[in-house]
Design a protein around this ligand. Structure first.
Ligand code: C5P
Length: 278
């Protein structure tokens, strides 16, 4: 039996470069894992059995955990029956990559349970077929991601950050937000330069998807202003929203869910582990 943490991610910056002929967008983004985690319990069993604490999440073939199991079996031809239980904590439709993280954690865990038939690099390459963010979670937790997000350059951990993630009640659909992006009208920032600044401790947060997301859900722009006025130093949407991560100290409106998180990294041979809480 393996019990594995499945962390959320934020995008410290997210640049949209262009829309591609296949409908995806070419991005350049600094992804960072954080210690807001789901938990996966995986074991070999007599027959396949998958359960989840969140009744709103289907446990059928649409679930990214199930997609990861099918993918692993197709690639390795190892079909040992499995019992998997998913404890959900990461909010959905939040831009925090929860489903992608669950898929990556399943791939990593299955590979361990089955005697490591694949390398982590192979798992990351397979994972891209499930979703653009899956490969990132097989990195060390800090990575510069390009292409549609699946080209992952693993980076040394940045200086640790403590953040507040704020999640409005309403979620956002990733394809809907990407569909509203006007890539040609975005500021022409050079992502390689921004990345170098981050490596040197100058954190120039931005997210090219914000305007598109604010177009879909007008209340988000208002929420961002409120959070900034309440004292946070920077307030940035994560991925395609609807959650924000905030730096510094501020007051979150009492009706909104929020999470205090820290950046999370893992050593190359181990999976993500939580550090003792403050
Ligand atoms: O790869 P994933 O399944 O997570 O993507 C969901 C949707 O988000 C895609 O179908 C596409 O509409 C949009 N997307 C995009 N460009 C990306 C990633 C996602 O347009 N780089």
């Amino acid at each position: 039996m393996l019990i594995l943490k499945s962390p959320a991610k934020i995008n410290l910056f997210l640049r949209i470069l262009r829309r591609r002929p296949d409908g995806y967008h070419e991005i350049a983004s600094l992804f960072q894992a954080v210690d807001l985690c789901d938990t996966l319990h995986l074991a070999t069993a007599q027959a396949d059995h998958f359960t989840c604490t969140d009744p709103s999440l289907a446990v059928d073939a649409t679930n990214l955990v199930v997609k990861a199991i099918h993918l692993f079996r197709a690639q390795t031809r190892i079909t040992t029956p499995l019992s998997i239980h998913l404890e959900k904590l990461i909010p959905q439709q939040a831009g925090l990559g929860g489903g992608s993280s669950n898929a990556a954690t399943t791939l990593w865990g299955l590979n361990e349970l089955c005697g490591r038939p694949a390398s982590t690099a192979q798992l990351a390459a397979w994972g891209a077929a499930i979703g653009s963010d899956v490969s990132f979670f097989l990195s060390g937790g800090t990575a510069y991601c390009t292409g549609r997000g699946e080209c992952v350059q693993n980076l040394e951990p940045l200086n640790p950050l403590e953040l507040t993630i704020v999640k409005p009640a309403e979620g956002l659909s990733t394809p809907l937000v990407y569909g509203k992006v006007k890539a040609d009208l975005l500021p022409h920032r050079n992502p390689e330069q921004v990345l170098e600044q981050f490596k040197n401790g100058i954190f120039d947060y931005f997210n090219d998807l914000e305007e598109a997301a604010f177009g879909v859900m007008g209340s988000l722009a208002e929420l961002k202003s409120r959070l900034l006025q309440s004292g946070f130093s920077a307030v940035l949407m994560s991925g395609s929203g609807s959650s924000f991560f905030c730096t510094g100290e501020g007051k979150v409106p009492s009706d909104l869910k929020h999470y205090r998180v820290r950046t999370l990294n893992r050593p190359s041979e181990e999976w993500y582990k939580l550090k003792a809480k403050r």
